[in-house]
Design a protein. Structure first.
Length: 637
Protein backbone atom coordinates (compact mmCIF):
# COMPACT_ATOMS: atom_id res chain seq x y z
CA UNK A 1 0.00 0.00 0.00
CA UNK A 2 1.32 3.43 -0.92
CA UNK A 3 2.03 6.08 1.70
CA UNK A 4 -0.83 8.19 0.36
CA UNK A 5 -3.40 5.41 0.66
CA UNK A 6 -2.03 4.41 4.04
CA UNK A 7 -2.33 7.98 5.31
CA UNK A 8 -5.89 8.33 3.95
CA UNK A 9 -6.93 5.09 5.62
CA UNK A 10 -5.32 6.09 8.90
CA UNK A 11 -6.94 9.53 8.92
CA UNK A 12 -10.31 8.08 8.02
CA UNK A 13 -10.13 5.59 10.87
CA UNK A 14 -8.83 8.27 13.24
CA UNK A 15 -11.60 10.73 12.52
CA UNK A 16 -14.22 7.99 12.55
CA UNK A 17 -12.93 7.05 15.96
CA UNK A 18 -13.03 10.66 17.13
CA UNK A 19 -16.61 10.93 15.85
CA UNK A 20 -17.53 7.87 17.83
CA UNK A 21 -15.88 9.32 20.93
CA UNK A 22 -17.90 12.53 20.49
CA UNK A 23 -21.04 10.46 20.13
CA UNK A 24 -20.31 8.59 23.34
CA UNK A 25 -19.58 11.86 25.14
CA UNK A 26 -22.87 13.40 24.04
CA UNK A 27 -24.69 10.25 25.11
CA UNK A 28 -23.08 10.47 28.53
CA UNK A 29 -24.01 14.13 28.88
CA UNK A 30 -27.57 13.33 27.78
CA UNK A 31 -27.85 10.60 30.40
CA UNK A 32 -26.57 12.95 33.11
CA UNK A 33 -29.02 15.69 32.16
CA UNK A 34 -31.88 13.20 32.02
CA UNK A 35 -31.04 11.82 35.41
CA UNK A 36 -30.91 15.36 36.78
CA UNK A 37 -34.37 16.14 35.33
CA UNK A 38 -35.78 12.93 36.76
CA UNK A 39 -34.27 13.68 40.17
CA UNK A 40 -35.77 17.16 40.17
CA UNK A 41 -39.17 15.71 39.32
CA UNK A 42 -38.98 13.05 41.98
CA UNK A 43 -37.87 15.61 44.58
CA UNK A 44 -40.75 17.82 43.64
CA UNK A 45 -43.24 14.98 43.93
CA UNK A 46 -41.87 13.84 47.25
CA UNK A 47 -41.73 17.30 48.80
CA UNK A 48 -45.43 18.02 48.17
CA UNK A 49 -47.84 15.79 50.15
CA UNK A 50 -51.12 17.46 49.22
CA UNK A 51 -52.09 16.47 45.70
CA UNK A 52 -55.51 16.82 44.15
CA UNK A 53 -57.50 13.65 43.48
CA UNK A 54 -58.62 14.92 40.09
CA UNK A 55 -56.48 13.78 37.19
CA UNK A 56 -56.99 16.99 35.25
CA UNK A 57 -55.91 19.22 38.12
CA UNK A 58 -53.02 16.97 38.93
CA UNK A 59 -51.80 17.01 35.31
CA UNK A 60 -51.99 20.80 35.16
CA UNK A 61 -50.09 21.17 38.40
CA UNK A 62 -47.26 18.78 37.45
CA UNK A 63 -47.09 20.07 33.85
CA UNK A 64 -46.44 23.55 35.15
CA UNK A 65 -43.42 22.27 37.04
CA UNK A 66 -42.08 19.57 34.76
CA UNK A 67 -42.94 19.10 31.14
CA UNK A 68 -44.34 15.67 30.49
CA UNK A 69 -44.37 13.43 27.47
CA UNK A 70 -46.91 11.04 28.96
CA UNK A 71 -49.33 11.36 31.89
CA UNK A 72 -51.78 8.82 33.28
CA UNK A 73 -53.71 9.04 36.57
CA UNK A 74 -56.03 6.23 37.54
CA UNK A 75 -58.29 6.82 40.55
CA UNK A 76 -58.86 3.81 42.70
CA UNK A 77 -62.66 4.23 43.00
CA UNK A 78 -63.81 7.04 40.74
CA UNK A 79 -63.06 6.55 37.06
CA UNK A 80 -64.34 10.01 36.17
CA UNK A 81 -61.28 11.44 37.85
CA UNK A 82 -58.92 9.45 35.60
CA UNK A 83 -56.80 11.21 32.94
CA UNK A 84 -54.37 10.08 30.21
CA UNK A 85 -52.34 12.59 28.17
CA UNK A 86 -49.45 12.21 25.68
CA UNK A 87 -47.81 9.09 24.27
CA UNK A 88 -45.45 6.53 25.66
CA UNK A 89 -43.24 6.43 22.55
CA UNK A 90 -41.86 9.51 20.85
CA UNK A 91 -42.58 9.82 17.14
CA UNK A 92 -39.64 11.11 14.95
CA UNK A 93 -39.37 11.77 11.24
CA UNK A 94 -35.59 12.46 11.30
CA UNK A 95 -33.49 9.27 11.27
CA UNK A 96 -30.73 11.09 13.19
CA UNK A 97 -33.10 11.45 16.16
CA UNK A 98 -32.60 7.77 16.80
CA UNK A 99 -28.91 8.41 17.56
CA UNK A 100 -29.84 9.80 20.97
CA UNK A 101 -32.73 8.28 22.96
CA UNK A 102 -33.70 9.02 26.54
CA UNK A 103 -36.59 7.62 28.58
CA UNK A 104 -37.49 9.13 32.02
CA UNK A 105 -40.48 7.15 33.42
CA UNK A 106 -41.85 7.38 36.93
CA UNK A 107 -44.68 5.41 38.50
CA UNK A 108 -46.05 5.95 42.03
CA UNK A 109 -49.10 5.68 44.23
CA UNK A 110 -50.55 9.10 44.77
CA UNK A 111 -53.43 9.45 47.22
CA UNK A 112 -56.39 7.33 46.24
CA UNK A 113 -54.93 6.68 42.81
CA UNK A 114 -51.93 5.56 40.80
CA UNK A 115 -49.75 8.01 38.81
CA UNK A 116 -47.59 6.98 35.82
CA UNK A 117 -45.61 9.61 33.89
CA UNK A 118 -42.79 9.84 31.36
CA UNK A 119 -40.86 13.08 31.41
CA UNK A 120 -40.38 15.12 28.26
CA UNK A 121 -36.82 14.55 26.80
CA UNK A 122 -37.04 15.84 23.25
CA UNK A 123 -35.28 19.07 24.16
CA UNK A 124 -32.41 17.13 25.73
CA UNK A 125 -32.01 14.68 22.84
CA UNK A 126 -32.29 17.46 20.28
CA UNK A 127 -29.65 19.46 22.07
CA UNK A 128 -27.36 16.43 22.17
CA UNK A 129 -27.98 15.81 18.48
CA UNK A 130 -27.30 19.44 17.59
CA UNK A 131 -24.07 19.45 19.59
CA UNK A 132 -23.04 16.19 17.94
CA UNK A 133 -23.79 17.58 14.48
CA UNK A 134 -21.82 20.77 15.05
CA UNK A 135 -18.85 19.01 16.61
CA UNK A 136 -18.81 16.28 13.94
CA UNK A 137 -19.12 18.86 11.19
CA UNK A 138 -16.15 20.78 12.51
CA UNK A 139 -14.24 17.54 12.94
CA UNK A 140 -14.89 16.33 9.40
CA UNK A 141 -14.21 19.74 7.95
CA UNK A 142 -10.86 19.47 9.66
CA UNK A 143 -10.44 16.01 8.12
CA UNK A 144 -11.26 17.34 4.66
CA UNK A 145 -8.84 20.24 5.12
CA UNK A 146 -6.08 17.88 6.23
CA UNK A 147 -6.73 15.58 3.27
CA UNK A 148 -6.70 18.52 0.85
CA UNK A 149 -3.43 19.82 2.28
CA UNK A 150 -1.93 16.33 2.35
CA UNK A 151 -3.03 15.59 -1.21
CA UNK A 152 -1.58 18.90 -2.34
CA UNK A 153 1.71 18.19 -0.59
CA UNK A 154 1.81 14.64 -1.91
CA UNK A 155 1.13 15.91 -5.40
CA UNK A 156 4.00 18.33 -5.05
CA UNK A 157 6.26 15.61 -3.66
CA UNK A 158 5.17 13.24 -6.42
CA UNK A 159 6.03 15.82 -9.06
CA UNK A 160 9.48 16.26 -7.49
CA UNK A 161 9.98 12.50 -7.29
CA UNK A 162 8.81 12.13 -10.89
CA UNK A 163 11.28 14.81 -11.95
CA UNK A 164 14.10 13.18 -9.97
CA UNK A 165 13.25 9.76 -11.45
CA UNK A 166 13.12 11.24 -14.95
CA UNK A 167 16.45 12.94 -14.34
CA UNK A 168 18.02 9.68 -13.11
CA UNK A 169 16.67 7.87 -16.18
CA UNK A 170 18.28 10.57 -18.27
CA UNK A 171 21.59 9.95 -16.52
CA UNK A 172 21.30 6.25 -17.28
CA UNK A 173 20.87 7.21 -20.94
CA UNK A 174 23.97 9.43 -20.74
CA UNK A 175 21.95 12.66 -20.81
CA UNK A 176 23.77 15.12 -18.57
CA UNK A 177 21.44 18.12 -18.65
CA UNK A 178 21.77 20.76 -15.93
CA UNK A 179 19.59 20.04 -12.89
CA UNK A 180 16.64 22.42 -12.41
CA UNK A 181 17.23 23.31 -8.78
CA UNK A 182 13.89 25.12 -8.49
CA UNK A 183 12.13 21.77 -8.80
CA UNK A 184 14.01 20.27 -5.89
CA UNK A 185 14.06 22.88 -3.15
CA UNK A 186 13.61 22.88 0.62
CA UNK A 187 13.61 19.32 1.98
CA UNK A 188 14.67 18.03 -1.44
CA UNK A 189 17.82 20.13 -1.53
CA UNK A 190 20.05 17.23 -0.32
CA UNK A 191 18.61 15.12 -3.13
CA UNK A 192 19.33 17.90 -5.62
CA UNK A 193 22.92 18.15 -4.36
CA UNK A 194 23.34 14.37 -4.56
CA UNK A 195 21.95 14.28 -8.11
CA UNK A 196 24.24 17.10 -9.16
CA UNK A 197 27.26 15.29 -7.71
CA UNK A 198 26.10 12.10 -9.41
CA UNK A 199 25.68 13.93 -12.72
CA UNK A 200 29.15 15.45 -12.49
CA UNK A 201 30.73 12.14 -11.49
CA UNK A 202 28.94 10.17 -14.20
CA UNK A 203 29.73 12.78 -16.82
CA UNK A 204 33.41 12.76 -15.87
CA UNK A 205 33.48 8.97 -15.76
CA UNK A 206 31.73 8.77 -19.12
CA UNK A 207 34.22 11.20 -20.61
CA UNK A 208 37.04 9.09 -19.18
CA UNK A 209 35.50 5.95 -20.66
CA UNK A 210 35.04 7.71 -23.99
CA UNK A 211 38.66 8.80 -23.98
CA UNK A 212 39.75 5.32 -22.92
CA UNK A 213 37.68 3.75 -25.70
CA UNK A 214 39.18 6.17 -28.18
CA UNK A 215 42.63 5.28 -26.90
CA UNK A 216 41.90 1.56 -27.12
CA UNK A 217 40.47 2.08 -30.58
CA UNK A 218 43.65 3.86 -31.59
CA UNK A 219 45.72 1.06 -30.10
CA UNK A 220 43.58 -1.53 -31.85
CA UNK A 221 43.63 0.17 -35.22
CA UNK A 222 46.72 2.40 -35.13
CA UNK A 223 50.19 1.23 -34.26
CA UNK A 224 51.73 3.42 -31.57
CA UNK A 225 55.32 3.09 -32.79
CA UNK A 226 54.87 3.76 -36.51
CA UNK A 227 51.49 5.46 -36.72
CA UNK A 228 50.40 2.92 -39.36
CA UNK A 229 47.13 1.01 -39.28
CA UNK A 230 47.21 -2.31 -37.43
CA UNK A 231 46.65 -5.92 -38.42
CA UNK A 232 42.91 -5.59 -37.79
CA UNK A 233 42.60 -2.86 -40.42
CA UNK A 234 44.81 -4.86 -42.77
CA UNK A 235 42.48 -7.84 -42.44
CA UNK A 236 39.50 -5.61 -43.20
CA UNK A 237 41.31 -4.32 -46.27
CA UNK A 238 41.89 -7.84 -47.56
CA UNK A 239 38.25 -8.74 -46.93
CA UNK A 240 37.11 -5.67 -48.88
CA UNK A 241 38.54 -7.05 -52.12
CA UNK A 242 35.52 -9.29 -52.55
CA UNK A 243 33.23 -6.24 -52.47
CA UNK A 244 35.32 -4.11 -54.78
CA UNK A 245 34.57 -3.41 -58.42
CA UNK A 246 36.03 -5.55 -61.17
CA UNK A 247 38.20 -2.69 -62.35
CA UNK A 248 40.14 -2.51 -59.08
CA UNK A 249 43.81 -3.44 -59.39
CA UNK A 250 46.92 -2.44 -57.51
CA UNK A 251 50.12 -3.50 -55.82
CA UNK A 252 50.80 -4.90 -52.38
CA UNK A 253 54.25 -4.52 -50.89
CA UNK A 254 55.41 -6.51 -47.88
CA UNK A 255 58.39 -5.10 -45.98
CA UNK A 256 60.15 -7.27 -43.42
CA UNK A 257 62.26 -5.53 -40.78
CA UNK A 258 64.77 -8.37 -40.66
CA UNK A 259 67.12 -6.79 -38.12
CA UNK A 260 64.56 -6.12 -35.39
CA UNK A 261 65.47 -9.19 -33.34
CA UNK A 262 69.18 -8.41 -33.53
CA UNK A 263 68.67 -4.76 -32.58
CA UNK A 264 66.39 -5.68 -29.67
CA UNK A 265 68.95 -8.17 -28.37
CA UNK A 266 71.99 -5.98 -28.83
CA UNK A 267 70.78 -2.39 -28.49
CA UNK A 268 67.60 -2.79 -26.51
CA UNK A 269 63.89 -2.42 -27.10
CA UNK A 270 63.99 1.36 -27.31
CA UNK A 271 66.45 1.11 -30.16
CA UNK A 272 64.17 -1.48 -31.76
CA UNK A 273 61.25 0.94 -31.65
CA UNK A 274 63.41 3.68 -33.14
CA UNK A 275 64.43 1.26 -35.88
CA UNK A 276 60.79 0.50 -36.73
CA UNK A 277 59.84 4.18 -36.62
CA UNK A 278 62.69 4.98 -39.01
CA UNK A 279 61.55 2.27 -41.43
CA UNK A 280 58.06 3.80 -41.31
CA UNK A 281 59.60 7.19 -42.06
CA UNK A 282 61.48 5.74 -45.03
CA UNK A 283 58.25 4.21 -46.32
CA UNK A 284 56.40 7.53 -46.08
CA UNK A 285 59.23 9.27 -47.90
CA UNK A 286 59.16 6.71 -50.72
CA UNK A 287 55.37 7.01 -51.00
CA UNK A 288 55.21 10.78 -51.44
CA UNK A 289 54.30 10.27 -55.11
CA UNK A 290 51.52 7.83 -54.18
CA UNK A 291 49.01 9.76 -52.05
CA UNK A 292 46.44 6.96 -52.19
CA UNK A 293 48.79 4.39 -50.66
CA UNK A 294 47.74 2.73 -47.40
CA UNK A 295 50.31 1.51 -44.87
CA UNK A 296 49.91 -1.18 -42.21
CA UNK A 297 52.02 -2.79 -39.53
CA UNK A 298 50.79 -6.37 -39.70
CA UNK A 299 53.12 -8.04 -37.18
CA UNK A 300 56.08 -7.26 -34.96
CA UNK A 301 58.54 -6.88 -37.84
CA UNK A 302 56.32 -6.87 -40.93
CA UNK A 303 54.69 -4.02 -42.84
CA UNK A 304 52.28 -3.95 -45.76
CA UNK A 305 51.52 -1.23 -48.30
CA UNK A 306 48.61 -1.12 -50.75
CA UNK A 307 49.06 1.13 -53.78
CA UNK A 308 45.84 1.12 -55.86
CA UNK A 309 45.65 1.54 -59.61
CA UNK A 310 49.17 0.33 -60.52
CA UNK A 311 50.50 -2.68 -62.38
CA UNK A 312 53.69 -4.45 -61.38
CA UNK A 313 56.08 -2.44 -63.56
CA UNK A 314 54.68 0.83 -62.19
CA UNK A 315 55.80 -0.18 -58.71
CA UNK A 316 59.50 -0.19 -59.59
CA UNK A 317 60.08 3.51 -58.75
CA UNK A 318 58.57 2.95 -55.29
CA UNK A 319 60.71 -0.06 -54.34
CA UNK A 320 63.85 1.55 -55.79
CA UNK A 321 63.19 4.70 -53.77
CA UNK A 322 62.51 2.66 -50.65
CA UNK A 323 65.69 0.63 -51.13
CA UNK A 324 67.65 3.87 -51.46
CA UNK A 325 66.07 5.13 -48.23
CA UNK A 326 67.04 1.90 -46.47
CA UNK A 327 70.59 2.04 -47.82
CA UNK A 328 70.95 5.59 -46.55
CA UNK A 329 69.58 4.65 -43.14
CA UNK A 330 71.89 1.62 -42.96
CA UNK A 331 74.89 3.92 -43.07
CA UNK A 332 73.87 5.33 -39.68
CA UNK A 333 73.48 1.98 -37.88
CA UNK A 334 75.82 -0.92 -37.27
CA UNK A 335 73.78 -3.57 -39.07
CA UNK A 336 74.20 -5.54 -42.28
CA UNK A 337 70.71 -4.69 -43.49
CA UNK A 338 67.59 -2.67 -42.72
CA UNK A 339 64.68 -4.46 -44.38
CA UNK A 340 63.64 -6.44 -47.44
CA UNK A 341 60.77 -5.76 -49.84
CA UNK A 342 58.45 -8.01 -51.79
CA UNK A 343 56.01 -6.54 -54.33
CA UNK A 344 53.04 -8.41 -55.81
CA UNK A 345 49.98 -7.29 -57.82
CA UNK A 346 46.40 -7.75 -56.65
CA UNK A 347 42.95 -7.60 -58.21
CA UNK A 348 39.41 -7.35 -56.90
CA UNK A 349 39.08 -11.13 -56.66
CA UNK A 350 42.48 -11.81 -55.08
CA UNK A 351 42.28 -14.46 -52.39
CA UNK A 352 43.78 -12.98 -49.19
CA UNK A 353 45.63 -16.13 -48.16
CA UNK A 354 47.21 -16.61 -51.55
CA UNK A 355 48.05 -12.91 -51.85
CA UNK A 356 49.87 -12.99 -48.52
CA UNK A 357 51.65 -16.18 -49.51
CA UNK A 358 52.83 -14.54 -52.73
CA UNK A 359 54.02 -11.49 -50.82
CA UNK A 360 55.86 -13.65 -48.29
CA UNK A 361 57.45 -15.57 -51.12
CA UNK A 362 58.61 -12.33 -52.74
CA UNK A 363 60.13 -11.13 -49.45
CA UNK A 364 61.85 -14.49 -48.96
CA UNK A 365 63.43 -14.22 -52.40
CA UNK A 366 64.47 -10.62 -51.70
CA UNK A 367 66.27 -11.78 -48.56
CA UNK A 368 68.44 -14.13 -50.59
CA UNK A 369 69.53 -11.25 -52.84
CA UNK A 370 71.32 -9.23 -50.18
CA UNK A 371 70.80 -6.28 -47.83
CA UNK A 372 67.73 -4.09 -48.44
CA UNK A 373 66.91 -5.86 -51.68
CA UNK A 374 63.49 -6.10 -53.26
CA UNK A 375 61.78 -8.59 -55.51
CA UNK A 376 58.89 -7.96 -57.92
CA UNK A 377 56.80 -11.07 -58.37
CA UNK A 378 54.16 -11.53 -61.02
CA UNK A 379 51.35 -13.95 -60.30
CA UNK A 380 52.41 -17.50 -61.15
CA UNK A 381 51.15 -20.91 -60.23
CA UNK A 382 54.19 -21.76 -58.16
CA UNK A 383 55.01 -18.51 -56.35
CA UNK A 384 55.34 -20.13 -52.95
CA UNK A 385 57.35 -23.03 -54.33
CA UNK A 386 59.64 -20.61 -56.13
CA UNK A 387 60.37 -18.65 -52.95
CA UNK A 388 60.95 -21.78 -50.93
CA UNK A 389 63.18 -23.21 -53.62
CA UNK A 390 65.33 -20.08 -53.62
CA UNK A 391 65.77 -20.32 -49.87
CA UNK A 392 66.53 -24.01 -49.95
CA UNK A 393 69.16 -23.40 -52.59
CA UNK A 394 70.60 -20.45 -50.64
CA UNK A 395 70.88 -22.45 -47.40
CA UNK A 396 72.32 -25.46 -49.17
CA UNK A 397 74.85 -23.16 -50.82
CA UNK A 398 75.95 -21.41 -47.62
CA UNK A 399 76.32 -24.77 -45.83
CA UNK A 400 78.40 -26.09 -48.72
CA UNK A 401 80.55 -22.94 -48.77
CA UNK A 402 80.60 -22.68 -44.96
CA UNK A 403 79.53 -19.07 -45.42
CA UNK A 404 79.41 -18.09 -41.77
CA UNK A 405 80.96 -15.40 -39.63
CA UNK A 406 80.72 -14.85 -35.88
CA UNK A 407 80.02 -11.94 -33.60
CA UNK A 408 80.57 -12.23 -29.87
CA UNK A 409 79.03 -10.56 -26.82
CA UNK A 410 80.72 -11.03 -23.43
CA UNK A 411 78.82 -11.96 -20.28
CA UNK A 412 80.00 -10.06 -17.22
CA UNK A 413 80.50 -12.31 -14.18
CA UNK A 414 79.27 -10.82 -10.92
CA UNK A 415 81.67 -12.99 -8.93
CA UNK A 416 85.27 -13.52 -10.02
CA UNK A 417 85.36 -17.22 -9.18
CA UNK A 418 82.55 -17.97 -11.63
CA UNK A 419 83.68 -19.14 -15.08
CA UNK A 420 81.38 -17.38 -17.57
CA UNK A 421 81.60 -17.30 -21.36
CA UNK A 422 81.18 -15.14 -24.45
CA UNK A 423 78.10 -15.79 -26.56
CA UNK A 424 78.65 -16.29 -30.29
CA UNK A 425 76.13 -14.94 -32.82
CA UNK A 426 76.15 -16.53 -36.27
CA UNK A 427 75.91 -14.43 -39.43
CA UNK A 428 75.41 -16.08 -42.83
CA UNK A 429 76.20 -14.50 -46.20
CA UNK A 430 75.39 -15.22 -49.84
CA UNK A 431 77.69 -15.71 -52.82
CA UNK A 432 78.12 -11.95 -53.13
CA UNK A 433 79.29 -11.69 -49.54
CA UNK A 434 76.11 -9.96 -48.43
CA UNK A 435 74.68 -10.98 -45.07
CA UNK A 436 71.36 -12.81 -44.92
CA UNK A 437 68.91 -12.28 -42.03
CA UNK A 438 69.87 -14.89 -39.44
CA UNK A 439 66.37 -15.44 -38.06
CA UNK A 440 65.03 -16.09 -41.57
CA UNK A 441 67.89 -18.44 -42.42
CA UNK A 442 67.17 -20.53 -39.32
CA UNK A 443 63.41 -20.49 -39.90
CA UNK A 444 63.80 -21.56 -43.53
CA UNK A 445 66.32 -24.23 -42.54
CA UNK A 446 63.78 -25.70 -40.12
CA UNK A 447 61.06 -25.54 -42.79
CA UNK A 448 63.21 -27.51 -45.23
CA UNK A 449 64.65 -29.95 -42.68
CA UNK A 450 68.14 -28.46 -42.96
CA UNK A 451 68.53 -27.10 -39.43
CA UNK A 452 70.68 -30.04 -38.29
CA UNK A 453 73.12 -29.40 -41.13
CA UNK A 454 73.11 -25.71 -40.22
CA UNK A 455 73.85 -26.49 -36.56
CA UNK A 456 76.64 -28.84 -37.62
CA UNK A 457 78.11 -26.01 -39.71
CA UNK A 458 78.07 -23.66 -36.69
CA UNK A 459 79.66 -26.26 -34.38
CA UNK A 460 82.35 -27.39 -36.82
CA UNK A 461 83.24 -23.79 -37.74
CA UNK A 462 83.52 -22.86 -34.05
CA UNK A 463 85.79 -25.82 -33.28
CA UNK A 464 87.96 -25.06 -36.30
CA UNK A 465 88.20 -21.39 -35.29
CA UNK A 466 89.24 -22.20 -31.71
CA UNK A 467 91.75 -24.84 -32.82
CA UNK A 468 93.37 -22.60 -35.44
CA UNK A 469 93.42 -19.51 -33.24
CA UNK A 470 95.04 -20.31 -29.89
CA UNK A 471 94.90 -16.60 -29.08
CA UNK A 472 91.15 -16.98 -28.60
CA UNK A 473 90.94 -17.93 -24.95
CA UNK A 474 88.06 -18.53 -22.59
CA UNK A 475 84.72 -20.21 -23.16
CA UNK A 476 82.24 -19.58 -25.95
CA UNK A 477 78.51 -20.15 -26.18
CA UNK A 478 77.04 -21.69 -29.33
CA UNK A 479 73.35 -21.35 -30.18
CA UNK A 480 71.83 -24.55 -31.57
CA UNK A 481 68.27 -25.46 -32.44
CA UNK A 482 66.09 -27.37 -29.97
CA UNK A 483 64.87 -29.57 -32.81
CA UNK A 484 68.44 -30.79 -33.39
CA UNK A 485 68.98 -31.98 -29.82
CA UNK A 486 65.82 -34.10 -30.07
CA UNK A 487 67.50 -36.27 -32.74
CA UNK A 488 69.62 -39.14 -31.47
CA UNK A 489 71.74 -39.17 -34.62
CA UNK A 490 72.73 -35.53 -34.03
CA UNK A 491 73.58 -36.17 -30.37
CA UNK A 492 75.69 -39.20 -31.35
CA UNK A 493 77.50 -37.15 -34.01
CA UNK A 494 78.14 -34.32 -31.55
CA UNK A 495 79.45 -36.70 -28.88
CA UNK A 496 81.88 -38.35 -31.30
CA UNK A 497 83.09 -34.95 -32.46
CA UNK A 498 83.65 -33.53 -28.98
CA UNK A 499 85.32 -36.68 -27.64
CA UNK A 500 88.04 -36.14 -30.21
CA UNK A 501 88.48 -32.51 -29.06
CA UNK A 502 87.98 -32.70 -25.29
CA UNK A 503 90.25 -29.74 -24.59
CA UNK A 504 88.10 -27.60 -26.91
CA UNK A 505 84.84 -29.17 -25.69
CA UNK A 506 85.63 -27.98 -22.18
CA UNK A 507 85.47 -24.41 -23.50
CA UNK A 508 82.08 -24.78 -25.17
CA UNK A 509 78.65 -23.89 -23.82
CA UNK A 510 75.68 -25.01 -25.91
CA UNK A 511 72.74 -22.61 -25.69
CA UNK A 512 69.25 -24.00 -26.35
CA UNK A 513 65.88 -22.26 -26.08
CA UNK A 514 63.85 -23.30 -23.03
CA UNK A 515 60.53 -23.59 -24.86
CA UNK A 516 62.05 -26.02 -27.35
CA UNK A 517 63.61 -28.19 -24.65
CA UNK A 518 60.34 -28.39 -22.72
CA UNK A 519 58.66 -30.22 -25.58
CA UNK A 520 60.61 -33.37 -24.66
CA UNK A 521 62.17 -33.40 -21.19
CA UNK A 522 63.54 -36.92 -21.62
CA UNK A 523 65.44 -36.03 -24.79
CA UNK A 524 66.59 -32.74 -23.23
CA UNK A 525 67.93 -34.57 -20.17
CA UNK A 526 69.77 -37.07 -22.40
CA UNK A 527 71.31 -34.19 -24.37
CA UNK A 528 72.55 -32.47 -21.20
CA UNK A 529 74.00 -35.73 -19.88
CA UNK A 530 75.80 -36.32 -23.17
CA UNK A 531 77.26 -32.81 -23.22
CA UNK A 532 78.42 -33.16 -19.61
CA UNK A 533 80.03 -36.51 -20.41
CA UNK A 534 82.42 -34.86 -22.88
CA UNK A 535 83.24 -31.93 -20.57
CA UNK A 536 81.12 -29.25 -22.25
CA UNK A 537 78.34 -27.26 -20.60
CA UNK A 538 74.72 -26.34 -21.38
CA UNK A 539 72.90 -23.03 -21.05
CA UNK A 540 69.12 -22.65 -21.31
CA UNK A 541 68.18 -19.30 -22.85
CA UNK A 542 64.92 -17.34 -22.63
CA UNK A 543 64.29 -19.04 -19.32
CA UNK A 544 61.12 -18.18 -17.39
CA UNK A 545 58.70 -17.98 -20.31
CA UNK A 546 57.38 -21.53 -19.95
CA UNK A 547 54.76 -22.87 -17.55
CA UNK A 548 56.96 -25.69 -16.22
CA UNK A 549 60.19 -23.80 -15.64
CA UNK A 550 60.88 -24.99 -12.08
CA UNK A 551 60.17 -28.63 -12.82
CA UNK A 552 62.17 -28.26 -16.02
CA UNK A 553 65.51 -27.15 -14.63
CA UNK A 554 65.25 -29.47 -11.63
CA UNK A 555 65.01 -32.44 -14.00
CA UNK A 556 67.33 -31.32 -16.79
CA UNK A 557 70.02 -29.71 -14.58
CA UNK A 558 71.75 -27.35 -17.06
CA UNK A 559 74.88 -25.43 -16.07
CA UNK A 560 73.44 -21.98 -16.81
CA UNK A 561 70.00 -20.48 -17.16
CA UNK A 562 69.71 -17.21 -19.02
CA UNK A 563 66.62 -15.33 -17.92
CA UNK A 564 64.44 -13.94 -20.66
CA UNK A 565 65.18 -10.28 -21.34
CA UNK A 566 61.69 -9.23 -20.26
CA UNK A 567 62.66 -9.86 -16.63
CA UNK A 568 65.46 -7.28 -16.82
CA UNK A 569 63.27 -4.61 -18.35
CA UNK A 570 62.68 -1.96 -15.65
CA UNK A 571 63.62 -4.46 -12.95
CA UNK A 572 64.42 -1.50 -10.69
CA UNK A 573 60.69 -0.67 -10.66
CA UNK A 574 59.09 -4.11 -11.02
CA UNK A 575 58.91 -5.77 -7.59
CA UNK A 576 57.14 -8.83 -9.02
CA UNK A 577 60.05 -9.60 -11.33
CA UNK A 578 62.48 -8.97 -8.49
CA UNK A 579 60.66 -11.55 -6.38
CA UNK A 580 60.62 -14.05 -9.27
CA UNK A 581 64.33 -13.67 -10.00
CA UNK A 582 65.21 -13.98 -6.30
CA UNK A 583 63.19 -17.18 -6.11
CA UNK A 584 64.90 -18.57 -9.23
CA UNK A 585 68.32 -17.74 -7.79
CA UNK A 586 67.56 -19.43 -4.46
CA UNK A 587 66.48 -22.64 -6.20
CA UNK A 588 69.36 -22.53 -8.69
CA UNK A 589 71.91 -22.16 -5.88
CA UNK A 590 70.81 -25.48 -4.39
CA UNK A 591 71.25 -27.16 -7.78
CA UNK A 592 74.63 -25.52 -8.61
CA UNK A 593 73.13 -23.72 -11.59
CA UNK A 594 74.33 -20.24 -12.51
CA UNK A 595 71.76 -17.54 -13.31
CA UNK A 596 72.48 -14.95 -16.02
CA UNK A 597 70.36 -11.86 -16.69
CA UNK A 598 70.11 -10.71 -20.31
CA UNK A 599 69.07 -7.51 -22.09
CA UNK A 600 70.52 -5.29 -19.37
CA UNK A 601 70.24 -1.80 -20.84
CA UNK A 602 70.51 0.64 -17.92
CA UNK A 603 72.73 1.15 -14.91
CA UNK A 604 69.71 1.03 -12.59
CA UNK A 605 68.87 -2.44 -13.90
CA UNK A 606 72.46 -3.59 -13.46
CA UNK A 607 72.61 -2.41 -9.84
CA UNK A 608 69.34 -4.09 -8.87
CA UNK A 609 70.32 -7.36 -10.55
CA UNK A 610 73.67 -7.33 -8.75
CA UNK A 611 71.85 -6.85 -5.43
CA UNK A 612 69.68 -9.84 -6.29
CA UNK A 613 72.95 -11.83 -6.60
CA UNK A 614 72.68 -12.99 -10.19
CA UNK A 615 75.83 -14.72 -11.41
CA UNK A 616 76.23 -12.91 -14.72
CA UNK A 617 75.00 -9.94 -16.74
CA UNK A 618 74.60 -9.61 -20.51
CA UNK A 619 73.23 -6.78 -22.56
CA UNK A 620 73.94 -3.61 -24.45
CA UNK A 621 74.82 -1.74 -21.25
CA UNK A 622 77.44 -4.40 -20.40
CA UNK A 623 78.99 -4.80 -23.87
CA UNK A 624 77.95 -4.55 -27.50
CA UNK A 625 78.34 -7.53 -29.88
CA UNK A 626 81.53 -7.28 -31.89
CA UNK A 627 82.85 -9.10 -34.92
CA UNK A 628 85.10 -11.95 -33.82
CA UNK A 629 88.59 -11.44 -35.24
CA UNK A 630 91.41 -13.90 -35.41
CA UNK A 631 92.95 -12.30 -32.39
CA UNK A 632 92.54 -12.81 -28.71
CA UNK A 633 89.60 -10.96 -27.25
CA UNK A 634 89.90 -11.10 -23.48
CA UNK A 635 86.76 -11.83 -21.49
CA UNK A 636 85.50 -9.05 -19.25
CA UNK A 637 85.58 -9.38 -15.49
Amino acid sequence: MSVSKLFHTFMLLLFAGLTFVIYLDQNNQLAVKGQLRLSNYQTYMTANTQWPNNGTELYSLIQNHTKLQFFQFIHATESSLNLTEGTLSKQSENPLDDLFTLSLPDTRELGPGRLQVKLYTTDLTQNALDNFKITSLLLWLTYILIIIVFTSLMGKIKRKITYAASYINGLSNQQYHALEGSKLKAEFKPLAEALELCRSALKNKNEEHTQENERLNREAFQDQVTGFATRAKFTQKLASFSNAGKEQIGLMALIKATELGVINDTLGRSAGDEYLAKIASCMRQALTSFPDAECYRISTADFAVFIPGLIIKDGLPFVESLKAQFNEYQQTINNESVAHIGLVPYEHDSEPTRLLSQGDSAVSIAQTLGPNCFYLQDKTNNDELYGDTRWKEAIDDLIHRRAIKFYQQPILPCQREIRIYNELFSRFYNTEGKFLPTATVIAMAERHGMVVDLDKLVIITTLKMLIENPALTGSYGINISASSIMQESFIAWLKDLLIKQRHIAARLVFEVNESGMQTNLVASYKFVQTIHSVGARVSVEHFGMGFTSFKFFKQVRPDFIKLDGSYSNNIDEDTNNQFFIKMIINIARRLDIYVISTSVERQEEKLVLEKLLVDGLQGYYIAEPQALQNAAIPQKN
